[in-house]
Write a protein that binds this ligand. Structure first.
Ligand code: PAF
Length: 281
């Protein structure tokens, strides 16, 4: 596995992969089993796999969140070395957004999919994510890119702009990887204190209960009930629970508004913001 930090070096390495199907797993590092499941799938389906490791400043709407985001490039490299990855691309901010270029100023049409959920709560987040993902796609030139459903809205937005911008890249949806206790795997879990880590699986246990509420009570009551279940653990504080149309991402107020429904949520454990989602129908 080559560890590369410049675009010029990457271009040279990419030339050697010309005859292969290139799979790409974009990450912000602090890699865990969730990333490993994407990487293993990419390795099993592609001739060569590129993983990127870059904490993208333009998708953080909170300075402290950006500064405290875990950075562990050496551990990451050691973790994925045995998995069969061809290149770990770990550029600097200057390399991704060089002075005098407009990569970090571009404004994207996100098809209105950023109007709900995380969009209004993290202003600029999805546009920043689109800036870095398109920049990475242009550098890596993958045939397939692998994204986890934990960031369900991100995945829908990536699918939207890949189509709108005419990228010839297959976006592969991968199911959420969870710990044995149900907690959705996330780099942010590394920031939890032992007590918060103990409380966090309660989020998944609580949202699963919503499946029994579908059609049995008004949507608003189901949301309230799930919030109460989560917040019953005093170490957790729900920011939102929404029940959304899985295709448009628009929150529903009636179960019959959409055939495919998903519950999405964001919950604080101390200062750590955790997101999760499950399919309801
Ligand atoms: O999901 C993430 O880790 C990030 O949003 C991504 C796709 C790597 C872009 O920075």
């Amino acid at each position: 596995m080559k560890v590369i930090s410049t675009v010029a070096e990457f271009d040279a390495a990419r030339k050697l992969l010309e005859d292969k199907t290139v799979g790409f797993v974009p990450t912000m590092g602090a890699l865990h089993e969730g990333h490993a499941s994407l990487i293993r799938r990419a390795v099993s389906e592609c001739g060569a796999v590129v993983v990127s490791d870059f904490v993208n400043p333009t998708q953080f709407n909170n300075k402290t969140d950006f500064e405290t985001y875990p950075r562990r490039l050496e551990d990451d490299a050691a973790f994925i070395e045995p998995m069969g990855v061809s290149v770990l691309f770990a550029p600097t901010v200057e390399e991704m957004y060089p002075e005098g270029t407009d990569y970090n100023k571009k404004v994207f049409d996100l098809g209105g999919l950023d109007r709900y959920g995380e969009g209004p709560r993290r202003p600029g987040h999805f546009n920043g994510m689109a800036q870095v993902v398109t920049r990475l796609f242009d550098i890596v030139r993958p045939d397939r890119a692998y994204f986890g459903e934990k960031d369900f809205q991100q995945l829908a937005i990536v699918e939207y702009f890949v189509k709108a911008l005419g990228y010839n890249i297959e976006i592969v949806r991968c199911p959420i990887a969870r710990g044995a206790d149900g907690l959705a795997l996330s780099s942010r879990n590394k920031l939890l204190t032992p007590g918060q880590r103990e409380a966090a699986p309660h989020i998944y246990r609580s949202i699963l209960k919503a499946r029994d509420m579908v059609g049995r009570m008004p949507v608003a009551e189901a949301i309230k009930a799930v919030v109460s279940l989560i917040d019953a653990d005093s170490r957790l504080r729900t920011e939102y629970v929404e029940i959304i149309n899985s295709l448009t991402l628009r929150p529903v107020t009636d179960w019959n508004e959409a055939e495919h429904l998903r519950l999405t949520c964001a919950v604080y454990a101390g200062q750590v913001r955790l997101i999760d989602n499950i399919e309801l129908r």
